[in-house]
Each structure stands twice: as C-alpha cells, then as structure tokens.
Design a protein around this ligand. Structure first.
Ligand code: IPM
Ligand code: MG
Length: 357
C-alpha cells in the first residue's frame, strides 16, 4: 500500500529546511521499505507570488488527499503590507481549518546535549519534557465577527471575537487527557477565567471531563501565571492544554526553555489522525537563503509524522536516534551553538543526520 506525503516548503527558510527533511525521509523510506510517495505544492508567499493566492485550490486538494503533510514555514516582510485576507499566514490557517486540524501537539523537550544553550540555569531546565496541547482551529484566531470598522465618531475600531463552543473544548480536552494518560498523568489547563467568560466555560468543561480520566490529575492556571511559572519552574508541568492564542504564545516561550526554537517539532491532527507536521519556528526571513537555519525541528517533525500519522514507529525512532547522535558529535547550527560545539550549515546538519542513519 502506497501512502502519500505532501511537502509544503513555503517561505523564508522553509525550502532549505524541508529539503533536508526530505532527504531524511527518502532515506528511511528505502531503509525501512515504507512505500511512501512524495509530492510538493505551493503555500504561503510562494503561492501568492506564483498564483496570487496563499492557498491554491490544487494545494488544498493535494493536502486533503495526502496521508500526511510536512510544512516548512510561511510569511515574510515581502508580503506584510498585503491585506489580512491575502497574507501568507492565511495559507497555513486555511489548511488548518479546512482539514480540521484542531489538535496541535507541541512537545518541548530539552536534549541533554543542549542544556547549556538554554538561557535558563541548567538545573531549572535539565530533564525538561513538556507537551503543550494547543487548540488550533477555533478561539480568537477564527471567531466572527472580526475586522476594522468605522465608528460613528469617525474613529476606526479593530475587533476580534474570542469564542469556543462546548464541543470544541471537549474534543481538545480529550486529546490532552489522553496524552497525559500516556505520559506523567498531570494535566494543567491554562485559561483566563478571572476575566473572560469563554474561558470560564473552558474550565467548566475540563472539570466535567475529569471524571472520565480518573488517573489524570487536573489543575488550572491563569495564563499570566502560566507564563511566569514556565520560566520559574518549568518542570512542574507535564501536559498543558490551552486555547489557540494562549497556546501560540506559551509554546514559543516553552520552546526557548530548550535552548532554541530551532529544535521544536509540532503535529496538528484531525479526528482521523490525518496530520500536518511543522517546526514550531517561523520562516525566519532574516536568515533565509544563507544556509544557516537549523533543519532539526523539521527533521524531528518528520519523525513525529511517521509515528502519529503513518504508524512507522521504528523509522521515527531511527530518525530521533540519529538526531541525538549528531548532537552527541558536537555538531551545532548557529542557533544552538555553544562553547566546544562545531558550527555547521543547514546542509551539513542534514547530511550528518543522513550519515547517522
Ligand atoms: C505558529 C505560528 C502561526 C500561528 C502563524 C504563522 C500564523 O506563529 O504556528 O505558532 O500563529 O499559529
Ligand atoms: Mg506561533
């Protein structure tokens, strides 16, 4: 049975890092006889340039049919002045909502080899292993109405709507409880229930779900405190579940605990376990085209893809072991460089992972 993987390199450093992950995928495809077939399509700014839309119909069609999707990154200053409805980011958001990829899993794991790359003290972060479960297709990112309107007094007013239905909260809650069951059995739900009604409901639903998962210890935390606790004592967390915008912010923060956002993968899944996999970092236009970006987050995302959407645990583990090995060898891209490391380019890092495989 042939299974199809759609590659969406996107913008900025996207094409450079996806190229390295692609080589790694081809290698494990041969080595473990996975029978994967690959296709590529345009998304984001690259699609805007070529076809005047950030999400061409052909790309969406291929994405719907693919068994799994690996995306690089979208966006960049070149397209920043376009109207909101036609920005590269709309390509990514459109894929997420059209495929109903509501469950975004963002693990923040500190590789022991990189303990000194974190800006926090090694004792605060060593052994760190957090999973952020971010709701990805609702909340203020998608709420209607939204826009900029003219008030009667002539002033313009920008507005967005923060909303969640019970069923949206329940399905992301279940993903998070189930993830906690597989891990340290602790779930912290992050909200702003002291101010926002939508998160009062969020908290209520999480409490309701608790009885279905008696082995999981549920706690709640306001988002401002969670932001503080993440840098103060991050190891208190096992699984965090939160809404779209809070999850966007907290996952960047959690990423930096591990030394570099250049190491963090993510998976976005729908209820059929179809998934889109992408590094947590963005398109990094400031370093695009220089061949210095860290391809490891994308390579580890490819491993997550093999595990979650393609049921190929052995191949996934082989990639993860290869990444660990190149870090042991002291190879470092600029973002994770520290004393004693050997600085390598994007391509050299990709080649090293290939060799370790
Ligand atoms: C992310 C990114 C996206 C988001 C952007 C590029 C739209 O920051 O995946 O975290 O805000 O979700
Ligand atoms: Mg983000």
């Amino acid at each position: 049975m042939s299974r199809s993987v759609l590659l969406l390199p996107g913008d900025g450093i996207g094409p450079e890092i996806v190229a390295e992950a692609e080589k790694v995928l081809h290698k494990v495809n041969d080595k473990f006889s996975l029978g994967l077939s690959f296709d590529t399509a345009l998304v984001g700014g690259a699609a805007l340039d070529a076809e005047d839309t950030p999400l061409p119909a052909d790309t969406l069609d291929k994405a719907r049919k693919a068994d799994a999707i690996l995306l690089g990154a979208v966006g960049g200053p070149k397209w920043d002045s376009l109207p909101m409805s036609n920005r590269p980011e709309k390509g990514l958001l459109g894929l997420r909502s059209n495929l109903e990829l509501f469950a975004n899993l963002r693990p923040a794991i500190l590789y022991p080899q990189l303990a000194s790359a974190s800006s926090l003290k090694p004792e605060v972060v060593s052994g760190l292993d957090i999973l952020i479960v971010r709701e990805l297709t609702g909340g203020i990112y998608f709420g209607q109405p939204r826009g900029v309107r003219q008030l009667e007094n002539g002033e313009r007013q920008g507005y967005n709507t923060y909303q969640y239905t019970e069923s949206e909260i329940r399905r992301i809650g279940r993903v998070a409880f189930e993830a906690a069951q597989q891990r340290g059995k602790k779930l912290c739900s992050v909200d702003k229930a002291n101010v926002l009604e939508v998160t009062v409901l969020w908290r209520e639903i999480m409490e309701e779900l608790k009885s279905e998962y008696p082995d999981v210890e549920l706690s709640h935390m306001y988002v401002d405190n969670a932001a503080m606790q993440l840098v103060k004592a991050p190891k208190q967390f096992d699984v965090i579940v939160t809404g779209n915008m809070f999850g966007d912010i907290l996952s960047d923060e959690a990423a930096m605990l591990t030394g570099s956002i250049g190491m963090l993968p993510s998976a976005s899944l729908n209820s059929e376990k179809q998934g889109m996999y992408e590094p947590c970092h963005g398109s990094a236009p400031d370093i695009a085209g220089q061949g210095i970006a860290n391809p490891l987050a994308t390579i580890i995302s490819a491993a997550m893809m093999l595990r979650y959407s393609l049921n190929e645990d052995e191949a996934a583990a082989a990639i993860e072991a290869a990444v660990s090995k190149v870090l042991d060898q002291g190879l470092r891209t600029a973002d994770i460089m520290s004393e004693g490391g050997q600085k390598v380019s994007t391509r050299e890092m990709g080649e090293a992972v290939l060799n370790a495989l």
